[in-house]
Structures are given as C-alpha cells and as structure tokens.
Design a protein around this ligand. Sequence first.
Ligand code: ZN
Length: 163
Amino acid sequence: MNGKTMDLFKFCLDADQASGSYAIQDLNRLSAELFASEGELVWNFSGGRHQIGAPELKLHIQAQVKLICQRCLTPYVETLDSVSTLVLAKTEEQADELEERLNDDSIDVIVVSPEQEYSVLIEDEALLALPVSPRHATCPDGFKAEIINEKPVSPFAALKKLK
Ligand SMILES: [Zn+2]
C-alpha cells in the first residue's frame, strides 16, 4: 500500500480523480503522534490546472484519530477533515517562481517527482491537520481545568507556522 507512486503532473493535467484509504497503523509518522493508531484515513485527490497554468492538486483527507486531551489528560477522538490546494513543481527553482506568480498564501507549492510516492503527501496533510493543542471541546465530568499545559513543542506546529 505505501510505496505506490503516481505521475501527479499527468494526473492533474488530465483532471483525474482518485480516492482510497489507509489503515492509520500503516502511516508510521502519523501513528507516532497519536494515542492509538486504530481506524483509517480516507483520502481524495482531484486534479486540475490553476489559472496560471500550473498543475493543481486538491487533496482532501478525513480521519478520526485518538489524541490525549491536554486539559484533562484523557484520550479523546478528534475528527480531521482537511482540504488543501497544492500546486506542483518539478524543481525548487520552479517552485519559487510559481510561489511568486501565485502570490497566494492559501496555496502551497510543492516539489514532487514524476514518480511521487503519494502516501507521503497524504500523510503530510494529516500531520498538518492535527491540532496544535489537542483538547476536548468540553472535558468529561470529574476533570477540572486545573492543568494548564504550555503548548507542546511539535515540529509540525512549527511547520504550520512556516506555511
Ligand atoms: Zn479533556
């Protein structure tokens, strides 16, 4: 399942669609951030072309993941549901040039290879969708908000800030 590749440039220019799912336990980088690696992650790719002419990939991921609430320190289920628009570049130089032409912070330009292992993009998207400070919307009874933790130092939090 992991390790499968796709020519995403062709995929986008053909305006293709693809979808699938992964067992979360098979996504090692994501699993490492979770309290439990049960369940599955559902993904959808939608290819197209940005108005500036570059290949554009819409990536939608959905998953329910178990995290530890930082307020009451018990596990809870967080729903991840995230859509990203990615513009594809073949080289770093091309990516810089596209960033400049796009001038749009809501779109990420990423460098992908013609044989891109696409599970990497899906897992990246899931990691970026994780809450920086996971917590229940309302903690269960019996737990008071006595424990106020500082924000966790997560490399993905830092990554998100850079975006
Ligand atoms: Zn809680």
